[in-house]
Design a protein around this ligand. Structure first.
Ligand SMILES: [Fe+2]
Length: 176
């Protein structure tokens, strides 16, 4: 089984990207150095002690166009209050457009980072529902309100079920 570890981004402005990813999103630099003698530097970033890096950046990007081969990277938060805290923090960053979208199995918000890379931050809801589907949601809702809204909005779908049931079916199908 492959589990996700990290992505490496080519960036234009290493300093502003590092500032954003560290100060706003909470990453720390775990290592940095030239890829080889005289070669560009790679900077490793992580928030997860079990991953040396979840992201790395190399400042070799020349074009100013938004990234066009990756739609977005997604980061999970453990709790609803953490999701709201990120939302409030990102709302304060000028020029950032936040798009709150729930897939039923997530409460997510999407935005582009300072160099146009698509980012999603999401909290996994207690439910699974077949994908793709999405509805805008109101990040000012309290957690209890959001849970009711989720059931009202996605609960009519025949595939709506507790996420634990969905995951145990997936595990059983894999013989785990
Ligand atoms: Fe996503």
């Amino acid at each position: 089984m492959l589990t996700w570890s990290h992505a490496v981004l080519y960036v234009q402005n290493l300093q502003t990207m590092l500032q954003f990813y560290c100060e706003v999103l909470g990453f720390e630099v775990t290592d940095r150095g030239p890829l080889a003698e005289g070669a560009p530097e790679i900077v490793f970033l992580s928030q997860d002690p079990s991953e040396h890096h979840q992201l790395a950046m190399v400042a070799t990007r020349q074009d100013a166009a938004p990234s066009n081969s990756v739609n977005h990277f997604a980061f999970r938060v453990a709790g609803f209050s953490e999701l709201q805290a990120f939302h409030d923090k990102l709302k304060a960053v000028s020029g950032l457009m936040l798009n709150p979208l729930s897939h039923g199995n997530t409460l997510s918000f999407y935005f582009n980072d300072l160099e146009g890379n698509g980012i999603e931050i999401f909290w996994e809801t207690p439910w699974h529902v077949a994908q793709p589907q999405g509805k805008p949601w109101d990040p000012s809702m309290a957690e209890a309100e959001a849970l009711i809204w989720l059931q009202e909005t996605f609960g009519h779908d025949p595939s709506f079920e507790p996420v634990a049931d969905y995951q145990s079916r997936r595990r059983a199908a894999q013989g785990l």
